[in-house]
Each structure stands twice: as structure tokens, then as C-alpha cells.
Design a protein around this ligand. Sequence first.
Ligand SMILES: *[C@@H]1O[C@H](CO)[C@@H](O)[C@H](O)[C@H]1NC(C)=O
Ligand SMILES: *[C@@H]1O[C@H](CO)[C@@H](O)[C@H](O)[C@H]1NC(C)=O
Length: 371
Amino acid sequence: MDTKKSLVILLTNVVVFLLLSTTVHSCLPSDRAALLEFRAKLNEPYIGVFNTWKGLDCCKGWYGVSCDPNTRRVAGITLRGESEDPLFQKAKRSGLMTGSISPSICKLTRLSGIIIADWKGISGVIPSCIENLPFLRHLDLVGNKFSGVIPANIGKLLRLKVLNLADNHLYGVIPPSITRLVSLSHLDLRNNNISGVIPRDIGRLKMVSRVLLSGNKISGQIPDSLTRIYRLADLELSMNRLTGPIPASFGKMSVLATLNLDGNLISGMIPGSLLASSISNLNLSGNLITGSIPNTFGPRSYFTVLDLANNRLQGPIPASITAASFIGHLDVSHNHLCGKIPMGSPFDHLDATSFAYNACLCGKPLGNCKK
Ligand SMILES: *[C@@H]1O[C@H](CO)[C@@H](O)[C@H](O)[C@H]1NC(C)=O
Ligand SMILES: *[C@@H]1O[C@H](CO)[C@@H](O)[C@H](O)[C@H]1NC(C)=O
């Protein structure tokens, strides 16, 4: 009798345990349903990334889906079209995945990462409901064909660290709300059709180290507030329609290493401090910059790239340039410079193309100066 009773208790416990383990260890049915709606709007015929999206437990074995181990809620979707995976290497075609991102992705309210990158063919708009995913830290949709605008209230994503929407067909403006993203460390909107101005208060992004906006149709002036971002290491604004002067305080920033402003309509003179700053990669080519090259080089000047070509620079190449500790690549061609090229170690390896198409530069590596 007693053994029978304890056997019943044991069996009940086993059944309860099994029930518990299936519920505890499988994903939320509504998360699973949202993932399947998301999948239904995409078409990926070559690799079969979605072949694994079957069974009840979307936290187990579903390619690219990750869950919070405690809550079993879907926390990440990571689908990259360019991958080391031999499966992908085999299927290197353009437009690997087509379709669009279903707004049902926003039902995954615990998402902290959405990486749907380099599929070349995914189009449609970025669902504006992503503004309502408060845990989102990483949004990476680089290398697709998304069009439409950047969701206006993206600034609600206060935990966002990485926003990468580069290489798409986005248009419209940089939403002013973006300056509320106090956790943002990486902003990449390169190669879209974004117009309008850079928000004046972009300097509120105190955590940002990379601001990459090249290859758009951004106009207006470069906001001074950028120079107050202590962590900013990489600022790329090339190939836009920026006007006005270069803020002089760029030369006073402590970790700024890359400043690419080439291919704009920037005018005014080169701030002297830029040439003896922390910047090692400076491209100002293809602008409307006037005046002479400041005579401010010194031992702090260390350039892997110093490209000042295609501007309206006058006067000589300053004598102090020989005091620079290193200049790997120099281009001052297509200006109105004149005078004898200084001699010294930063110049020994440069050839004539660095100095071509000026008013009257002379001396090695160009021809002798006339007496
Ligand atoms: C930008 O817009 C122009 C004209 O509206 C279009 O021809 C071009 O393909 C677009 N470029 C991108 C990267 O979307
Ligand atoms: C500087 O920018 C110009 C114009 O965008 C580009 O052609 C050139 O290659 C860049 N210079 C270097 C050294 O990368």
C-alpha cells in the first residue's frame, strides 16, 4: 500500500517535472509566432538559413535566434549574409535574401539585438515600431536595400549602442531625436540618400566614438558641438554637401584620429591646430578651402594620410612640415601652391604626383626651381 502510494507520488513528480521542463525550457509561444511572421516576409532560397526554424522551442537550434537564458525570451536575431560559414561562401550571389522586415518583429519586446546585415536584397522600410523596443542595444541593417526614412522617434532607444544603417537606400533627414541616444557609441549611416543637416546638438552623444555619415546628401555646416565629444575617434563626413568652415577645435580633441571631410563644399582656411593634433588620417580634398597651408607642423604631427588635394590653397608648402614625425601619404595636388618644396625626411619617399597641378611648385621631386 505504502509502496504503491509512493510510486504514485514519484510518477506524479516525474510528470510534473517533465511538464515544467518543457514549459520552462521552450520559448514563449507568442515569441515563436512573431518569429514565424517575421520569417514569412523574407525569402532566402540559396542557403536555407530558415530551415532550422521548426519545432516548438525557438530558443533551441533556430539559426540566428538567441534567448535570454533566464527568461527564455527572444533577445537577439543575428542573420548575416557575409559570413565565414562555408555555407555562405558557397552561395556568394547578390540579393541572397529578399523580402522585407515585418513589423511583427516588434512583438519581440525583449529584443536587445537585431542584426540583419549584408543580404543585399532586403527592401521595404525599417518598421517604425522598433522605437518601442526599449531593450534594443544593437541595430545593424547594413548592406541591404532598405528605403524610406529613419524612424523619427529612434531617440527613444536609450540603451542603443550601435546604430548601423549604412549601404541602403534610406532618405529623409537624420532624425533630431537621435541626439537623445546617450549610450550610442557607433553611428554609421554611410552611403544612403540622407539629406538635411547634422543636428546642431549632436555633441550630446557623449559616448560616441565613431560618427560615419559619408556618401549622403547632407548639407549645412559642421556643428561645433562635435568637437566637444571627448571619445570621438573617427569622424567621416566625406561626399556630402557640407558648407562653411572647419571648426578649429577639431585640432584640440584628445582622441580624434580620422577626420575625413573630402568631397564637400567646405570653405575657409585650414585651422592651424589640425596639423599638430592627434589626427593621423586627414582628408580635406575636393573642397573649396582657401588660404595657405598653416606653418604649424611639429613633432606631434604624425600622418598616415594627409590629403589636401583639389582645393584652392595658395602660398608655399610650409617649412615646418619637415619637423613632422611622419607623413606616409601626402597629396597637395590640384591647388595653387607655389615655391620650393622643403627638403627633409617626411618627403624623401614622395613622388611628383603628390605635388602635381599647382601654380609654381618646384624642387625635388619636381623640376629645379628657376633662379
Ligand atoms: C538616391 O536617389 C537618387 C535619385 O532620387 C537615385 O537615383 C539613387 O539611386 C539613390 N541612391 C541610393 C544609394 O539610394
Ligand atoms: C581622399 O578623398 C578623395 C575624395 O573623396 C579620395 O579620392 C582619396 O582617395 C582620399 N585620399 C586617400 C589617401 O584616401
